[in-house]
Design a protein around this ligand. Structure first.
Ligand SMILES: [Zn+2]
Length: 461
């Protein structure tokens, strides 16, 4: 059964197929900006894309998929972090790249085949040469300060992906919550965007030589993906993905840059996963609900439960993430482990779990796949075979060998008490928090408070 996936450009379900004669499916996924630990909202996108990567491998073969994901290692945020910490930019971005890799490994995400960095000299050259190509073709211009901008009015196809009309672009950027840009004076038109940013004192020693005629500085963010995907995957790629927050302006700008420079269609298929909500609210620093993987494992949850919870909702719908959903995920994983153990001896090979894989192939319906998995597992008749079960586990990327939790399994009633106490403490109801701590101690558990979370330790050694 072929993989069918929603295409954000045509807004239709379309079959995924490689277009190049070599039969290799070319897949580009926008990666993280490496200046802090990624949060679970970021990881929803990466986990969903990992399921996609796995399905492509099952469909076309492991050596017939090329997956590229970039690392943004220079921008305002990375530079600010390095400046605040008084450390070199490369040292800071290396630290957070390593952390990102460790988190991805814990979440059982397959590493991409190539992971280009914006400041890598090879890709810096690719970005500069693409900007020069756009300047030569009249799609870009140099501003008075030596920055280079893309001239949006030069590309009639602009807005096709996000359905943004040119006259709405200004409103569009206002809706995206952006105040008038500091560089508004430099641009010929408000909707134009930076391809190259001239050096400013805040950038410190972080500067590179730019396109011909431009000042020293650094590339704009959008050009990264256009230049890297061309260098590693060619002018036309089979699939481009990212979180829905990247659809406009980032992906719209990528299309404009690539198609104006190359004169070829950029991506044959676009896919966007939806936002993650935490406890029904949008994630934000001020609400304190930007969980990192470390904060969740410190509460006693396993990374595999986090992965499971991130896949429990349809990737194209908003997903509400709660600590309860992690408790549920731990129990579901325990059932799957027990079921796998019961299958070990069964030899029948009739692909009993094929309906679960079929759900994944049908627009990446992860909750449908999990539902089918349990329905089949619970059925008494039939002889489900281990190979079929393992294929679905590979597709979902659920590693049942990973330890259930990073510490002693915490009973759900204890976790519930701990959550209640944490909420009471956050609400500054210290009497209730103390009473709940006593309840926990009486039940044999110590609750150790940290800045952003807590740890539960069994008092019974
Ligand atoms: Zn990108």
């Amino acid at each position: 059964m072929p993989i069918r996936l929603h295409d954000s450009l045509t807004r239709q379900l379309r079959e995924l197929r490689p277009s190049h004669p070599d039969g290799v499916f070319r897949f580009y996924n926008c990666g993280p900006t490496v200046y802090a630990a990624a949060h679970i909202g970021n990881f929803r996108t990466f986990v969903v894309n990992d399921v996609l990567r796995r399905l492509l491998e099952l469909e076309f073969g492991p050596d017939k998929v090329k997956h590229v994901r970039n690392l943004t290692d220079v921008d305002d945020k990375t530079i600010k972090r390095a400046r605040d910490e008084g450390r070199p930019l490369a040292e800071v971005t290396k630290q957070w790249t390593d952390k990102f890799h460790a988190d991805c490994a814990a979440l059982n995400c397959l590493p991409p085949h190539a992971e280009p960095r914006a400041t890598d000299p090879r890709y810096m050259r690719e970005q500069v040469s693409m900007i020069e190509c756009l300047m030569e073709k009249g799609n870009a211009y140099r501003a008075a300060d030596g920055s280079v901008y893309f001239k949006v009015s030069s590309f009639p196809g602009y807005g096709a992906l996000s359905r943004v009309k040119e006259r709405e672009l200004q409103i569009g950027s206002a809706l995206a919550g952006k105040p008038p840009a500091a560089d508004a004076d430099e641009k010929e038109d408000g909707s134009d965007f930076a391809l190259w940013k001239a050096w400013k004192p805040d950038d410190g020693t972080n500067k590179w030589s730019g396109p011909r005629g431009a000042a020293e500085g650094r590339p704009g963010w959008h050009i990264e993906c256009s230049a890297m995907s061309k260098a590693l995957l060619g002018e036309t790629i089979d699939l481009h993905t990212g979180g829905v927050d990247l659809l406009f302006p980032h992906h719209e700008n990528e299309i404009a840059q690539s198609e104006c420079c190359n004169g070829q269609p950029f991506a044959r298929h676009w896919y966007h996963s939806e936002h993650l909500l935490v406890d029904g609210k949008k994630m934000s620093k001020s609400l304190g609900n930007l969980y990192t993987l470390d904060e969740l494992t410190a509460k006693g949850f396993s990374p595999m439960a986090v992965r499971y919870a991130l896949l429990a909702g349809h990737p194209r719908k908003q997903l509400n993430f709660t600590l309860d959903s992690l408790h549920a995920a731990e129990s579901a994983l325990a059932s799957l482990r027990a079921h796998r153990a019961s299958l070990a001896a069964a030899g029948a090979a009739h692909d009993a779990f094929a309906p679960a894989l079929a759900s994944l192939q049908d627009d990446l319906n992860t909750p449908g796949a999990l539902g089918a998995l349990f329905t089949i597992a619970n059925r008494k008749e039939g002889e489900p075979d281990a190979a079929s079960f393992d294929r679905v586990m590979f597709g979902l990327g659920l590693d049942l060998h990973q330890p259930a939790a990073s510490q002693t399994a915490v009973p759900t009633e204890i976790s519930a008490l701990a959550e209640k106490r944490w909420a009471a403490k956050a609400a500054k109801d210290f009497a209730a928090a103390d009473a709940l701590r006593k309840e926990l101690t009486a039940a044999g558990w110590a609750m150790l408070d940290g800045k952003d979370g807590y740890k539960l330790e069994s008092l019974k050694k």
